[in-house]
Design a protein around this ligand. Structure first.
Ligand SMILES: CC(C)(COP(=O)(O)OP(=O)(O)OC[C@H]1O[C@@H](n2cnc3c(N)ncnc32)[C@H](O)[C@@H]1OP(=O)(O)O)[C@@H](O)C(=O)NCCC(=O)NCCS
Length: 153
């Protein structure tokens, strides 16, 4: 191990050995499963849990899945309207991202995303770790807002 890596790892804290676990929850039936991912050690912060910025990036990706069905082309994230880290995410959790469309505007699409963790050693038991609401905007080739196509009647 190099001097640098031993210095860095010496400052990393081990995750809590016996964390207090939140009650299990059932993912909502009115949300659609849009993504699953497993965080790796490289995604951890100095507490040994998963870095919040990594979780936000995954939520941004997962949140885009349903709006993309309506935008039918380029779009951009314009706002993170709400973002709550309810429980820590741990290395090796299976994260499931459930989404539901909240609003379709002229050019904007707002979506709610709930993130549920199955802990490494309690697979099948879902803990809600994050909830967020994000807004995307359909954009044209110049990056300007364009109307969301309306389905043919
Ligand atoms: C997205 C972008 C094209 C919107 O351009 P804009 O000139 O601000 O557009 P407008 O003011 O006409 O708003 C467009 C829509 O977004 C909505 N919107 C704008 N700001 C918003 C906000 N803060 N929260 C929620 N909705 C918002 C508007 O209400 C409007 O919705 P509607 O057409 O359904 O009524 C522009 O802001 C942009 O390019 N942002 C950067 C996007 C980006 O790089 N995202 C990745 C960040 S890492």
């Amino acid at each position: 191990m190099s001097h640098l890596s031993s210095t860095v790892t010496g400052h990393l804290r081990r995750p809590n050995e016996h964390p207090v676990e939140a009650p299990a929850e059932t993912p909502p039936a009115d949300h659609e499963l849009v993504m699953k991912v497993i965080p790796m050690p490289a995604d951890a912060n100095a507490n040994g849990d998963i870095f919040g910025g990594w979780v936000m990036a995954q939520v941004d990706l997962a949140g885009a899945v349903l709006p993309a069905r309506y935008a039918q082309g380029r779009m951009a994230t314009v706002a993170v309207n709400q973002f709550v880290f309810k429980q820590p995410v741990r290395v090796g959790d299976i994260l499931s991202f459930y989404a539901r469309m909240e609003r379709i505007g002229r050019s904007s699409l707002t979506v709610n995303v709930g993130v549920y963790a199955e802990r490494f050693d309690t697979q099948g038991r879902y803990i809600k770790v994050t909830e967020a609401t994000l807004t995307y905007v359909a954009i044209d080739d110049s990056g300007r807002p364009r109307p969301v196509p309306r389905p043919e009647m």
